[in-house]
Structures are given as C-alpha cells and as structure tokens.
Design a protein around this ligand. Structure first.
Ligand SMILES: [Zn+2]
Length: 198
C-alpha cells in the first residue's frame, strides 16, 4: 500500500513509476456529496489495495472540511473555497481564515500536479456537464466523463476578472484543470460512474 496521509483529509499515492501527477478533489463545496463520496471511496479502495496506480502519482483530497461537516456549500459569507485560488488571495498572508489556509495547502499540491479533477454538483436539478476550459489538452480528460456539454468562462466572469477556481489555478500553473459537475447535489446515484471516469 503506497497511500499516505500528507495533510488533514489529503492523501497521496505513489506508484514509484514515472508518470503524471493527478489531484482529485471533492467537497470544495461541502454540500456537494457525490465528489465527497467518490474521494472517500477511492481512499478506502487504495487503503485496502483494491485499486492501485499503474504509473505516476495521485492525490485525493477533501476541500472545505468545515463545510462538509456542516453539510453546507460554505460555512461563512465570503468563504467560498472555490474563489480562493487567485494569486492575490493566496499571497495575502494576512488572511488567516480556514479557507485561505486550506487553499494554500491545496495550491501547493496543485503547483506540482499535471492534472486536476475537481468534482462538483449543482444546486438545482441538472444533467452532468464539464465547467472548465475547453482547450485541446482538456479534451483528453473530458472524453472520460459522461457529459455532452462544456461550459467555459474564458474571461473569468464568475471569478470577477481573474482566475480563482481550482481548475483555473491548475491551468494557470500549466496543467490541465477540469471541473466536473455531476448533476443535482442531492442525487449521489452517479458516484460509482464518476469514480470509474476518474
Ligand atoms: Zn461546487
């Protein structure tokens, strides 16, 4: 078993063979249960040696632990972890909030990753879709997910003009950031399928 805990609710698996480093995130928004279930299940399967990596390394992480515990998108106003990945916020060391510190922990890992998969779900019923950049290098990841649509935000409108989401941060660091929206947050029936895609 090559699984080791590197931070609170962050685990790394090394194959000890050359290859890409992939980070899988769930629970960046605490009420989006499918991603949380997928990350927990994968940690469990690696622990029990039921799955393993052929090459490279992987990091499995839960995002906003406080929000997960509270079963809320975020635990305070302005505390959306998925708006904390701007260079400005990551560099603002005067912000010692839980979200700022958690974002810095995760950003450090993303800095050394090649691919980021961030699993989200929607507040209203929806079909699954990809919410991220749609460049050719993203297609290689998109094809594994059961979604017909890619919604892009090239001008970072959602983030107020500068990158601030996990997938945008991964792209800014030269990797491939993909956010997969699994569908309605209260419907976790696709967790197994999402895990297969990952
Ligand atoms: Zn979300």
């Amino acid at each position: 078993m090559n699984l080791k805990q590197i931070k609170s609710n962050i685990y790394q698996i090394d194959s000890n063979k050359p290859g890409k480093k992939i980070i899988v995130l769930g629970g960046v928004h605490g009420s989006e249960k499918t991603g949380i279930a997928v990350v927990k299940k994968m940690i469990n399967l690696f622990e029990k040696n039921k799955i393993n990596l052929v090459s490279g390394s992987a990091v499995l992480a839960l995002g906003n632990e406080k929000a997960i515990e509270a079963n809320k998108r975020m635990v305070r106003e302005g505390g959306d972890l998925n708006r904390y990945f701007s260079q400005e916020k990551l560099n603002d060391l005067e912000d010692t909030s839980y979200e700022a510190n958690r974002a810095r922990e995760l950003a450090k890992i993303i800095d050394s990753a090649d691919v980021l998969l961030d699993i989200h779900s929607t507040l209203k019923p929806s079909r699954a879709f990809l919410a991220c950049e749609n460049a050719p290098k993203h297609y290689e990841i998109h094809k594994w997910f059961n979604a017909q649509d890619v919604i892009t935000d090239q001008n970072y409108i959602l983030s107020g003009g500068n990158y601030s989401t996990t997938d945008e941060y991964m792209n800014a660091k030269g990797g491939v950031g993909v956010c997969f929206e699994t569908g309605y947050a209260k419907d976790t029936s696709t967790a197994y399928e999402v895990m297969q895609s990952i």
